[in-house]
Design a protein around this ligand. Structure first.
Ligand code: ZN
Length: 182
């Protein structure tokens, strides 16, 4: 496995529309393992393939960014967090609720910036898993928000594209300043 470098805005590759995966191969499974390692290292709760420069419709999610496979202090903790990696290939939303949910989103490609984004609270999604098997489920809560955020990446959309031009400009200016000062 390898930690890949994450592309950041304003890199034009983030605007690319990713292509569907025709057949899930070992090469995809290697990419997925690397994407998971990269996401845990960042750390983040979701990563789309285009964020590591691969324009294919693949994304990984784990809502427990501080999870550990082998917690050595597990005995002293009330809650043992176990990694829950989820893989979505060619995800499609087949239904979305009218009810919306607002969450303060961030993105590994827009580091350190957060803003409220409103999205459908519940969605029904179809996707392929890493073995190429098809799945369908109704999803809500943070997973629904995160999945929609990652699916946007597959269409060249960042969470800041959901904001007003003014708000987006302010965030990007802040990011530029942050990069200059390190
Ligand atoms: Zn993102």
């Amino acid at each position: 496995m390898a930690i890949l470098s994450i592309i950041e805005t304003p890199d034009a590759r983030l605007k690319q529309i990713s292509t569907p995966v025709a057949t899930v191969t070992d090469a995809h499974r290697t990419l997925i393992a690397d994407m998971l390692e990269t996401m845990y290292d960042a750390p983040g709760i979701g990563l789309a393939a285009i964020q590591v420069g691969v324009a294919e419709r693949i994304l990984v999610i784990d809502l427990q960014p501080d999870a550990d496979d082998t917690p050595d202090d597990a005995a002293s903790e009330d809650i043992v967090r176990i990694k829950q990696p989820r893989v979505f290939i060619n995800p499609e939303i087949v239904w979305a609720s009218d009810e919306l949910s607002v969450y303060s989103e961030g993105c590994l490609s827009v580091p350190e910036m957060y803003a409220d984004v409103s999205r459908p609270a519940r969605i029904r999604v179809q996707w392929l898993d890493d073995q190429g098997a098809s799945n369908e489920a109704e999803i809500d809560g943070l997973l629904a928000t995160c999945l929609q955020h990652e699916m946007d990446h597959l269409n060249g959309v960042l969470f800041i594209d959901h904001l007003s031009r003014l708000k987006r400009g302010m965030l990007l200016k802040k990011l530029e300043k942050l990069r200059k000062t390190g």
